[in-house]
Design a protein around this ligand. Sequence first.
Ligand code: PEP
Length: 252
Amino acid sequence: MVKYVIGNWKLNPATLTEAAALAHAIGAMANDANCHIGCTPSFVHLAAVREILKHSSVWVGVQDIGAFGATGAFTGDVSAVQAVDLGAKFAIIGHSERRAYHKEDNSLLVKKITQAISAGLAVVLCVGETKSEYEQGETLGVLDNQLSVLNGLTVLQDKFVQDKLLIAYEPVWAIGTGLTPTIDEVVAVHRHIKANLQHLGVDDVCVLYGGSVNDKNAAEFAGCDAVNGALVGGASLKVQSFATIVEAFAQF
Ligand code: PEP
């Protein structure tokens, strides 16, 4: 199965000059057919980053999209259609920071997923439990609830759409903290997610792990069959660390 290593740049960097430098560095990374590289600049840097990477195999994506329409009276939104027009190939949807700071819930996320799929974007749907949910053994129930946004999506029966759906398991407590679940825990969760999606008719969905992946621990995650790649936050802004993570996943 092809692997994916996707950088979530979040609200970084501060300047277009820095974003361009990062894009040039990522574009120069080894292009291995076994491992797709992706990056997600902020919307204001999207066009410039895509221009820099347009002759590379790096996928440029976005960190969010508007829920309500392709164009229209939705002040502040950026639509999936506009992102596609600028060359975006995928959208991260339901990141825990969006869920926490913007109060995004399942009903909103269904709309975002629908907008993304209709515009032809691949979707990286983020799911993950909080620290207290983890400690209380509620992880799988929380994930099932978050994955239920896919339940009513009839378009998921389309193989073409299925191929454009990725799930990122990102325990909230592991994001930016340096903490990670054990490999066994990650594998068990990824298997659970794959089984859940299989019930919806999606065979062997690609499941990425995200949460404090770095150049030191990437190889351990990459060595697991159930881990089909990584969604990388902080380390994606450090060129050498990101390159090491990509190499780790390209090896398997
Ligand atoms: C993220 O926010 O998607 C993420 C994985 O962050 P970090 O790698 O910094 O934990």
